[in-house]
Design a protein around this ligand. Structure first.
Ligand code: DGJ
Length: 372
């Protein structure tokens, strides 16, 4: 039989071991809690956050450059669906089979690397479809590596079922003195396009240029000529492959970067001044007919840095499919130190009493159209 002392000791012993058991259980519980919190923070919580953000804004899916866009942010870096920066400068837009195709200059830091093409159904998210037109390794080709391809534009010819690309071409080693137009064709929108020829339309110098197809399917090239002092328009042959002799002067104001559109029976032509890669003020020519009389009216830009075209230069203006009176102005914010990183300024064209304006916006989306 245990004495009182032994009994107390025994009781104390059992109360010690029960405290020890409680401490063990608590610390096990805390460890499990700690590990599960860690697991939650590392793996589950980011997914929940991404999921709830997804509905509202541009979202990073995997890394900083893999985004799903739901708006335009003019002048910001714009990544394709592979997470690579979009490289399509001085571009143009083709809408075919419910898909938009964005063609533009592929640029290295300064080098011309051909014509890129991206596709999109929503105008925000762009898939890189590769090089539509590559420079040719053959040194006898007009588009041999080292030549300069700028401001490519593509139109579709319903009669020949061909996609026709025109661009400004400068021959290798000749600076900007060749001043030629180049033509290439493909049976598919994304190419690869086959280079056909280069020339000066009707003997005229041809630098910055765009293409336009009217309601009847007749196509035109609008081009800077005579050392950029003249802006000209020439009607193309029915196959869109050559200029006709219907070639006339729009203005002699020393302008370049033509971007044309038609609205309410009037033609509007935005151009820039000639200051190399540096920004300047845009102007707007207006005419009831493509062959004139073109009136130089005003600078159509409004808002912050409007007198510098928002530090960009016009490239193209295109209608948004399925939306009335909806046009998007595309411009390039050139970075001559690294042309790859030249940014894109896309803004909606707004109409006031039938007159177009292009006003700066930090961010906007296609719902803008219809709210005007
Ligand atoms: C201005 C033109 O608009 C651009 O396309 C490019 O040719 C630069 N000049 C080159 O300085």
């Amino acid at each position: 039989m245990k004495n009182k002392f032994q009994q107390n000791n025994a009781n104390e012993g059992s109360s010690h071991s029960s405290v020890a058991r409680k401490i063990k259980r608590t610390s096990a519980f805390l460890s499990v809690l700690f590990i599960s919190s860690l697991l939650f923070i590392c793996f589950i919580s980011p997914k929940i956050n991404a999921g709830s953000l997804f509905e509202n804004q541009n979202v990073n899916n995997k890394n900083d450059s893999l985004k799903h866009y739901r708006s335009f942010k003019p002048g910001e870096e714009w990544y394709d669906t592979d997470g690579k920066i979009i490289n399509a400068h001085g571009g143009g837009m083709l809408y075919y089979n419910k898909t938009y195709y964005w063609f533009g200059e592929t640029r290295g830091r300064s080098a011309s690397q051909g014509v890129s093409v991206y596709s999109s159904k929503d105008l925000y998210n762009w898939k890189n479809e590769g090089l539509a037109l590559a420079h040719d390794a053959d040194s006898s080709s007009d588009i041999t590596t080292g030549s300069i391809i700028e401001r490519p534009k593509v139109i579709y010819n319903k009669n020949t079922n061909q996609f026709v690309m025109w661009f400004h071409l400068e021959l290798k080693g000749k600076g900007y003195s060749a001043a030629r137009a180049g033509v290439a064709v493909s049976n598919t929108p994304t190419g690869p396009y086959k280079f056909l020829k280069s020339f000066r339309p009707n003997g005229n110098m041809s630098r910055d240029m765009t293409l336009y197809v009217d309601d009847k399917g007749t196509a035109y090239q609008i081009y800077s000529s005579r050392e950029n002092y003249d802006m000209r328009i020439v009607e193309l042959t029915p196959d869109y492959l050559s200029p006709t002799t219907k070639d006339s002067l729009i203005s002699s104001d020393h302008r370049e970067a033509p971007a044309i559109f038609q609205h309410d029976k009037k033609y509007f032509l935005v151009t820039s001044a000639c200051t190399g890669w540096a920004p300047n003020a845009a102007n707007l020519y207006v005419s009831k007919s493509l062959f004139g009389n073109w009136q130089d009216t005003r600078n159509p830009m409004l808002g912050k840095d409007a007198n510098m075209t928002f530090y960009a230069q016009s490239a193209y203006i295109f209608p948004v499919a399925g939306k009335k009176d909806a046009f998007i102005f595309m411009a390039d914010k050139w970075n001559p130190k690294n042309l790859t990183d030249s940014r894109y300024i896309w803004l909606p064209v707004e109409f006031k009493n039938g007159e177009p304006n292009i006003e700066w916006k930090d961010e906007w989306d296609l719902n803008y159209f219809g709210k005007q």
